[in-house]
Design a protein around this ligand. Structure first.
Ligand code: SF4
Ligand code: SF4
Length: 302
């Protein structure tokens, strides 16, 4: 009661302080009335005046698509139609149709159709929280009223899609946090594709190296097998075989050490304290090991 009364009185105090400037129709005085120093009871003359939305404000979701002027993926959906948002949506107002490759009939990771019934959506934000690809975000556009609620309020993919730069505009801080967590501004798939490009090259290099090592090992076995028949005693032959086996073992150990050098450097450290460089090194080493394993499998199957 006292607070209400105080606000009421402050309204008159403010009127005197600003000399009624804040109500002058020909002045842009909205900031004066809504500024941090403004006091008293006041209202906003909506729809002529609108309050700025805080970054965490959430209204009906929208789908993030790549900027239309993106060099490689203009307008590409960030959504992979994994269906997680539809599963977690409490009132079940999301409907997704997954794309299929017209030639092979195999599923393609992008939605052919995406619908949200905005009359049922309760703006909880679960879909945006759970999406693993940052592909669905809560919007700030709350002016969605219309007379036709039958079709106008079932938003399709076209209506839902907005450029990534729009998200950066309405929620700059969150966009930066998410990009940091993702490892870059690009969509996860684009980052993966870039890494795969690098790993394919690595794989070829490893494949070549692996083949060379295999050839050396075969040559060494053949050399042992073709040991001079003039070997006088069985003991000499055994010693040679032992030496060759030791050489092969040392070569294998050296190879393993090279492949695993990055993790051994990080030994004793807490992985969550690692710098970005160290994480990148570990990722590269893991990719190299994976490529080497793939090359070995390919060689074995030949
Ligand atoms: S918006 Fe996100 S969670 Fe929903 S289907 Fe697309 S990728 Fe999956
Ligand atoms: S905001 Fe909540 S209710 Fe609306 S679509 Fe997302 S999960 Fe469903």
């Amino acid at each position: 009661m006292w607070i209400t009364f105080r606000h009421f009185m402050q309204t008159y105090v403010d009127d005197v302080r600003y000399g009624f400037r804040k109500y002058a129709p020909d002045m842009n005085n909205f900031e004066v009335r809504q500024g941090v120093d403004a006091q008293g009871a006041f209202t906003v003359q909506y729809p002529d005046e609108k309050l700025a939305m805080p970054e965490r404000f959430r209204f009906v979701p929208f789908l993030v698509v790549e900027d239309y002027d993106h060099e490689e993926r203009p307008g590409k959906d960030w959504c992979t139609s994994c269906g997680i948002c539809a599963k977690v949506c409490p009132p079940q107002c999301i409907w997704i149709v997954r794309s299929n490759d017209p030639e092979t009939g195999r599923p393609v990771p992008e939605p052919e159709a995406f619908f949200i019934d905005i009359d049922i959506c309760m703006n909880c934000g679960f879909c945006a929280e759970f999406c693993p690809f940052d592909a669905i975000k809560m919007d700030h556009d709350y002016e969605l009223a219309s007379y036709d609620r039958t079709t106008n309020h079932i938003f399709d993919k076209e209506k839902l899609s907005k450029e990534f730069r729009y998200w950066k505009t309405i929620a700059p801080t969150r966009a930066i946090e998410e990009a940091e967590a993702r490892g870059g501004w690009e969509h996860k798939d684009a980052q993966k594709a870039a890494r795969r490009g690098g790993s394919a090259r690595t794989s070829r290099t490893n494949q070549d190296t692996g083949r060379a090592e295999k050839r050396e090992a075969v040559a060494s076995r053949e050399a042992v097998a073709e040991a001079p028949a003039s070997a006088t005693s069985a003991e000499d032959e055994k010693a040679k075989r032992r030496e060759a086996a030791l050489q092969r073992k040392a070569a294998r150990a050296a190879k393993t050490e090279t492949a695993e050098s990055a993790p051994s450097e990080a030994e004793g450290q807490q992985p969550w304290n690692d710098s970005e460089d160290e994480k990148a090194k570990r990722r590269e080493a893991a990719l190299r090991r994976k490529a080497a394993r793939a090359a070995k499998r390919a060689d074995d199957s030949e």
